[in-house]
Structures are given as C-alpha cells and as structure tokens.
Design a protein around this ligand. Sequence first.
Ligand SMILES: Cc1cc2nc3c(=O)[nH]c(=O)nc-3n(C[C@H](O)[C@H](O)[C@H](O)COP(=O)(O)O)c2cc1C
Length: 195
Amino acid sequence: MKIVGLSGNVKRPSRTAALVEAIVSGVRDRLGGEGPVIELVDAAPVLFRALRSDQLDAEGRAIINAVEAADVLVVGSPVYRASYTGALKHLFDLVDYRALTGKRIILAATGGTPLHGLMTEHQLRPLFGFFNALSLPTAIYATEVDFTEYGITNPAVHERIERAVSELAQVLPVPNQTAAARAHGNRPALVAAFA
Ligand SMILES: Cc1cc2nc3c(=O)[nH]c(=O)nc-3n(C[C@H](O)[C@H](O)[C@H](O)COP(=O)(O)O)c2cc1C
C-alpha cells in the first residue's frame, strides 16, 4: 500500500507537518504501507514553476506522480485566511482530475483558533468530493495549544488519529475478494465504524 502524506505548510518547523507525520505513522503502525510525506514548503517552489500540468518539469512531475500513485493520502494544511493554503491548492490544480477516484483520504488541519475547526469540512472535504475520492468521516483538527515544541501533547488529538485509522482499516480493499462480496461484506462494518 502506498501512503503519501501532504502537508500544506509553507514554513518550517510546522505543526501541520508534525500532525501529518503522526497520522501517517499511525497508519503504517496499524496497516503497513510506505511512501513520502511531502511538505509544500519544499514542493511549492518547484510546483510554482508550472502554472499548468503541461508545464511541469521533471522534479515537479515526480511530485504529482507520487500523489497520483498513492492508495491513501493524508492531507493536512494550516488554516490560512479560513481555508487551506494556496500552495496546497496549486498542487491539486496540477493533479489529473481522474487520478484520485476512489482513493482513501484522511483530512487534517491546524489553526490558531478552534473557531476555524470546520475548515476541514467546508474547504478540504469538497475538494476531494470533486476528485471522487473517499474522504474518511473523522477529520483531525488541532490548534497551537495541542502542541509543545511542535510535538502533539494533547491525547485527544491522538485519539482522533486512532479513530481515523480505524475507519481507514474498514474501507481498505480486502485482497482476493470479489467486488460484490466486498461491497456486501463491508457494509455492516462500515456502519459500525462510523457510528
Ligand atoms: C497567513 C496566515 C493566515 C492564518 N489564518 C488563520 C485563520 O484564518 N484561522 C486560524 O485559525 N489560524 C490562522 N493562522 C494560524 C495558523 O493556521 C496556525 O498557526 C497553524 O497552526 C500554523 O501551522 P504550521 O505550523 O504548520 O505553519 C494563520 C497564520 C498565517 C501565517
């Protein structure tokens, strides 16, 4: 399983990158998988050399290819002006509109105020609705008080990460199962997981 973390941070150190790393680690510990965590502080200067996907150079194309090839994406952003960062949006403007169909997405964000905690629902979730991706019900939001020295210190954030990872476990395809059996067999588990 290829798991790619994407963090919309445009500075370092970054609480958002720490949150995305923690979620990716949680997925790997429970379900395995491998892949990079891409931070926009590194990727944006490369990607902004292109304004359209047909202008991507080899370095930029490699970033977009990694995103398009992922089975699971963990996407987090700092809240900037009540939304995700423009740098993260630019990355997704370069992703083929068909490439994320059916991919499992865990949504996350960090902000300065709890009042913007619904950014994941009102800004990030519709983006993946556009892509026909499968965003998991539990999104993880953390504010500056949930961190100490850029490490997560609020157990409630870790609990939400575990919940999102449990949901992911429920929606991953089971090997050697027919599509029909999978659709039928997973339905009760899905309902239980999301209750
Ligand atoms: C340009 C800018 C805009 C911001 N806008 C918001 C905002 O609208 N709502 C909010 O809760 N926090 C806002 N913040 C605070 C950041 O979201 C918060 O500090 C975040 O945890 C930073 O993440 P990072 O450490 O990954 O960069 C803003 C910060 C900056 C620099």
